[in-house]
Design a protein around this ligand. Structure first.
Ligand code: DX5
Ligand code: ZN
Length: 227
C-alpha cells in the first residue's frame, strides 16, 4: 500500500449493485472500503449495518473502515467486528466513556479511531493517543454525501499532523467529506494520508473504463503524486 490511501465511501455507490461497485472500485486502484453507518439519531440519516458488512466481506481482503455515526456506540461494535470490519471509528460525543469504547474495539480485534466533526475540539485526543490507529477529521457535518469541503478542516489536519508526529506513533490521518480530484493534493499537503471520497468517485464512473472508476482513481493518484 502506498503512503496515500484512497477510501471510497460506498454511501454514494449504487446500492442495487453494491458488490459489483465494490469489486470495481478496488480493481480500479482504491485501497480501502469506507463504510458509513448512520442511525437517524446521532445524524439525520439512516444507512447500513453489520448485515451489509458481512455480505460484502467475502468480496475482498481490502480493509473495511467502518465509520460509526451512531449513538450509543458500544452495543454495535462487537457485531461489526464479527461482520468482518478491520477498522472501527466513532465520534467522541457519541460515547459516554471514550477510553472504554476504544478498548472495546481493540478487544474485538479491530483497529480503532476517533472522528472529529467540524466543530469538535481536538482535546479529546489528549489522553488516548496511545490507543489510536486512526484519527478521522470530518470536512463536512456528518449525515450526507455530496457536501462541500469546509476549508477550516485544513488547519485542523495540520494541527493533528503535528500531534501525530510528536507522538512518534503510527496513526493514520483520514479526511472525510467533499474530497475531490481538485482538492486532494491540498488536503495531502495539510497532512492527511487517507482520503475518503464518496460522490467524487462513484459519481465519476465511466462505462468505457475497465472497472468503471479507473479514470477517477488514477486522477486522484496523479494529484497525490504532485505533493
Ligand atoms: C458523511 C460521510 C462521508 C460521505 C462522504 O457523513 O461520513 O463518508 O459519504 O461523501 P462525499 O465524498 O460525497 O462528501
Ligand atoms: Zn464517513
Amino acid at each position: 500500500m502506498s503512503k496515500y490511501k484512497i477510501a471510497p465511501s460506498i454511501l454514494s455507490a449504487n446500492f442495487a449493485k453494491l458488490g459489483e461497485e465494490i469489486t470495481n472500485v478496488l480493481a480500479a486502484g482504491a485501497d480501502i472500503v469506507h463504510f458509513d453507518v448512520m442511525d437517524n439519531h446521532y445524524v439525520p440519516n439512516l444507512t447500513i449495518g453489520p448485515l451489509v458488512c458481512e455480505a460484502i466481506r467475502p468480496l475482498t481482503t481490502a480493509m473495511i473502515d467502518v465509520h460509526l455515526m451512531v449513538k450509543p456506540v458500544d452495543r454495535i461494535i462487537p457485531d461489526f467486528a464479527k461482520a468482518g470490519a478491520n477498522m472501527i471509528t466513532f465520534h467522541p460525543e457519541a460515547s459516554e466513556h471514550i477510553d472504554r469504547t476504544l478498548g472495546l474495539i481493540k478487544e474485538c480485534g479491530c483497529k480503532a479511531g476517533l472522528v472529529f466533526n467540524p466543530g469538535t475540539p481536538l482535546h479529546y485526543l489528549d489522553h488516548v493517543m496511545d490507543k489510536l490507529d486512526m484519527i478521522l477529521i470530518m470536512s463536512v457535518n456528518p449525515g450526507f454525501g455530496g457536501q462541500k469541503f469546509i476549508p477550516e478542516a485544513l488547519a485542523k489536519l495540520r494541527a493533528v499532523r503535528q500531534k501525530i508526529d510528536a507522538s512518534g506513533r503510527d496513526i493514520w490521518l483520514e479526511i472525510d467529506g467533499g474530497v475531490k480530484v481538485d482538492n486532494i493534493a491540498e488536503i495531502a499537503r495539510a497532512g492527511a494520508d487517507t482520503f475518503v471520497a464518496g460522490s467524487a468517485v462513484f459519481g465519476a464512473g465511466k462505462d468505457t473504463d475497465a472497472h468503471r472508476y479507473d479514470t477517477v482513481i488514477a486522477a486522484m493518484r496523479a494529484e497525490l503524486a504532485k505533493v
